[in-house]
Design a protein around this ligand. Structure first.
Ligand code: ADP
Ligand code: MG
Length: 250
C-alpha cells in the first residue's frame, strides 16, 4: 500500500538483463523512501545503483516485484503514462548527463518545462535562474560541446531541478566537479531537501553520502545494509566539518 508519506516504495524488486547469461542487476530489493527524506546509495561498480535509479526514475520497469513512485505502480503503466509520471514527479541527473547537443545551456535547462505548459519567456527566465544557482550564469548561451565536463554536469543538474520535482535522482552528481563546485551543488541539494524535496543520490564518496539521512549500501544487486546517519537531516552549509558520531566501522 502506498501511503501518502512514501515517495518511493520498492518491494522484492528484481531486474534481470538477458544478454546470454542472465544478469540479476537487482536481486530482491525492498526499500521505502519517505517523502522529504534524503537517501544516499553507495556500492561497488556493477552493484545495481544505476539500475535502481532507472527504475525509480520511471525509465524502466522491474522484471519482478513492484516499484511505486508518487503513489503509482510503475510496472503497470504504459510508456506514455510513465513519461508523464516522470515529467511531473522526478528530476533526474544522469551519470552521462544526456544533454541535447543542438540546444544551448539555457534551452537544455528549459526543456522539461515544455511539457508542463509553461510559456517560453517564463521557461527561459526560470532556466536562467537555475543556471545562476549552479554557478553558470555566464554560460547560458554555450552549447554542450563548448562546456567542460563539470559545467555540463551542472547544466544537467539545473535541468533536473527546473520543474521543482517532488523527487530528485542524482547518479554520481559530483563525479566531474572540482571541490568548490561540488560543495555548491551539495548545498543546493540541501536547499531543495530543506524545501521538502525527496533526494536520492548515488555516490562513491563518503563525504557526499554523509549529507543524507541514511546510506543504503548495495552489493551484488541486494541491500547489504542501511546505515542511519545521526542528525544529518537538513545539514547546514557552514557547519564545521566534524566527525560523524554514528558508529561507522569502515
Ligand atoms: N542494459 C543492460 N543490459 C545488460 N546488462 C546490464 C544493463 N545495465 C546494467 N547491466 C548490468 O547490471 C549490473 C548492474 O549495473 P548498474 O546498475 O549499472 O551498476 P552500478 O550503477 O552500480 O555500477 C552490471 O553487472 C551491469 O553490467
Ligand atoms: Mg552506475
Amino acid at each position: 500500500m502506498a501511503s501518502s508519506g512514501t515517495a518511493v516504495s520498492l518491494s522484492n524488486v528484481r531486474k534481470t538483463y538477458r544478454i546470454g547469461e542472465p544478469v540479476h542487476a537487482l536481486d530482491g530489493v525492498s526499500l521505502e523512501v519517505p517523502r522529504g527524506s534524503y537517501t544516499a546509495i553507495m556500492g561497488p561498480s556493477g552493484s545495481g545503483k544505476s539500475t535502481l535509479m532507472n527504475l525509480v526514475g520511471c525509465l524502466d520497469t522491474p522484471t519482478e516485484g513492484t516499484v511505486v513512485v508518487g503513489g503509482q505502480d510503475v510496472g503497470t503503466l504504459g510508456d506514455r503514462e510513465r513519461t508523464r509520471l516522470r515529467g511531473t514527479e522526478v528530476g533526474f541527473v544522469f551519470q552521462t548527463f544526456n544533454l541535447m547537443p543542438r540546444l544551448n545551456a539555457v534551452e537544455n535547462v528549459a526543456l522539461p518545462q515544455l511539457f508542463q505548459g509553461v510559456g517560453r519567456a517564463e521557461r527561459l527566465e526560470r532556466a536562467r535562474d537555475l543556471l545562476e544557482r549552479v554557478g553558470l550564469g555566464d554560460r547560458t548561451d554555450h552549447m554542450p560541446n563548448e562546456l567542460s565536463g563539470g559545467q555540463r554536469q551542472r547544466v544537467a543538474l539545473a535541468r533536473a531541478l527546473v520543474n521543482d520535482p517532488a523527487i530528485v535522482l542524482a547518479d554520481e552528481p559530483s563525479g566531474n566537479l572540482d571541490t568548490d563546485t561540488e560543495a555548491d551543488i551539495l548545498d543546493l541539494f540541501d536547499e531543495f531537501h530543506a524545501g521538502g524535496t525527496t533526494m536520492l543520490v548515488v555516490t562513491h564518496e563518503r563525504h557526499v553520502a554523509e549529507r543524507a539521512d541514511r546510506i543504503v549500501h548495495l552489493l551484488d544487486g541486494r541491500i547489504e545494509r542501511i546505515e542511519e546517519l545521526n542528525g544529518a537531516s537538513g545539514s547546514q552549509p557552514g557547519t564545521p566539518a566534524g566527525q560523524e558520531p554514528g558508529g561507522s566501522d569502515e
